[in-house]
Design a protein around this ligand. Structure first.
Ligand SMILES: [Zn+2]
Length: 484
């Protein structure tokens, strides 16, 4: 029986993992990748937990899934009655976490729906799973809450390891396991802190036990093992509390966790915490998002000046993005503006007065060409991801992207985040893709892992997904170099 294990080490940076591998600190992962390989995969925007799981589990981007972020507001349905209409305002970080499955666009199918013999451990996306196939759900809630307040994450990973090894002995063809400790310890300190490395070495030990278990069962050759992460991270040197920033500029602003605000002129939804979506006039139902030009008018946010221009000039802000009114995206930084548009499968980027995406000039190309050109640049795959954000009617009028070293939240963050993610910068967007089967030579997207897993399992890959099939491990390769 052919099997697949997807091991997601939340928040693991590829460079950190590669250095540890090269230094011999990860002997089990070295053995695992000896028959396969290591490469890097570019995640989606916002580069944050749960949203960035979607590509692996659905083969689709946040825009197609209609889950543009971990917090959003439905501008078509929300009319300002904050209690009666609280269902139109979402935050998956609190009591609404369970709403994520139902919020995913109905036509999108998860791997759990496509592979009935699948199970998941510590997953935040569980559409298609029965309670018995999501056995650790209660412990995830318990350890998650405890880890948040006690800053104590290792017990969560130990629970995951226990369930994972149990799953290896079960009838499951697909097993998804999420290890939260690396992300938890990274937020407390930095992406290569001793506690982070200890958590990573513990994952290495778990991989060793998993491989031994599979070898005992005679299944190692027929099992696709993949180690990935949903996003990277970078140290935060300064916080710019974005809701407070709007308030200090005279804009009445609603934001989580207490969304009540009398007559707000802006809603600010922070993710990860290095990006945010801003909705103008959240109390007024609107079918369409306002273009950037409209947002720059003094009356948009109820004050007498151009708030968007001021925001783009903040040192914490890399750039902001809004609709251009012609079906494309306007990108604006302190230095000036550029336009993004997509037509017939070609994405065109046109600097008008500046090059905020730091591509080096005008660029037109397919999404594949964009990936090849920008995967190691300052903002990997940013054009593809910004256009994707505007596919969802739930995303904001304005997307605010932090410069590396800054985040957008201070007031309610206990404990304080010393590292963060959620932005489009390289340190947040690059992730490791390691496998016991050959990986592509060049970079791929995290979304490309989905068809790779399905084809390994012999399950037809659904139509209408965002994955390109850049990585399809051939069944015959399973036997390469292995005794028949
Ligand atoms: Zn995180």
């Amino acid at each position: 029986m052919r099997r697949c294990f997807l091991l997601l080490v939340d928040g693991l940076r590829p460079d950190v993992a590669e250095r540890a591998l090269a230094a011999g600190e990860l002997p089990e992962l070295a053995r695992m990748t000896a028959t396969g390989g290591t490469t890097r995969a570019i995640t989606v925007f916002p580069s944050t937990t749960s949203v960035a799981y979607l590509p692996f589990l659905t083969g689709s981007t946040p825009g197609r899934c209609n889950i543009p972020s971990i917090r959003w507001l439905d501008r078509r349905a929300y009319g300002g009655r904050w209690w009666a209409e609280r269902e139109q305002v979402r935050s998956y970080c609190g009591y609404q976490a369970g709403r994520l499955d139902g919020d995913i666009a109905p036509e999108v199918r998860t791997i759990f729906q496509l592979v009935p013999e699948s199970t998941a451990i510590f997953t935040m996306i569980s559409r298609g799973l029965t309670p018995e196939r999501d056995p650790s759900q209660r412990e995830r809630w318990l350890w998650g809450a405890l880890a948040h307040y006690a800053q104590w994450h290792q017990p969560s990973d130990e629970t995951v390891s226990r369930y994972l090894l149990r799953a290896a002995d079960g009838p499951w063809r697909f097993v998804f396991a999420q290890f939260p400790a690396v992300d938890g310890y990274t937020h407390q300190s930095h992406p290569e802190a001793p506690k982070v490395m200890r958590a990573l070495r513990a994952v290495d030990g778990t991989v060793g036990r998993l491989r031994a278990r599979l070898a005992e069962r005679g299944e190692l050759e027929d099992t696709l093992l993949i180690l990935v992460s949903d996003h990277g991270a970078a140290p935060i040197v300064a916080h710019l509390d974005l809701p407070e920033w709007f308030r200090s500029h005279g804009v009445t602003t609603m934001s989580h966790p207490v969304i009540w605000e009398r007559d707000p002129k802006a809603a600010v939804m922070v993710a990860g915490n290095c990006s945010a979506m801003v909705y103008a006039r959240p109390n007024e139902r609107r079918r369409e998002r306002w273009p950037l030009e409209r947002l720059r008018r003094p009356d948009a946010f109820g004050v007498a000046h151009d708030v968007v221009d001021e925001l783009a000039r903040e040192p914490a802000v890399a750039f902001v993005a809004g609709a251009d009114g012609e079906g494309g995206v306007a990108v604006m930084a302190a230095a000036g503006e550029a336009r993004l548009s997509a037509r017939d499968g070609v994405i065109s980027y046109r600097p008008l007065t500046a090059d905020p995406l730091e591509v080096g000039g005008a660029l037109s190309g397919t999404p594949e060409e964009w990936l090849a050109r920008t995967w190691d640049g300052p903002y990997p795959d940013a054009a593809v991801n910004l256009l994707d954000q505007f596919r969802s009617h739930r995303s904001g009028d304005l997307i605010v992207v932090a410069r590396e070293g800054y985040d957008f939240r201070r007031r309610f963050e206990v404990p304080e985040h010393r590292s963060g993610h959620g932005s489009l910068v390289r340190s947040h967007m690059q992730t490791p893709l390691w496998s016991n089967q050959p990986v592509p030579a060049g970079p791929v997207r995290t979304v490309d892992v989905f068809p790779a897993m399905l084809s390994w399992l012999g399950v037809p890959v659904p139509e209408g997904i965002d994955a390109t099939g850049a990585w399809l491990p051939e069944p015959r390769r399973a036997q390469a170099g292995a005794p028949a």
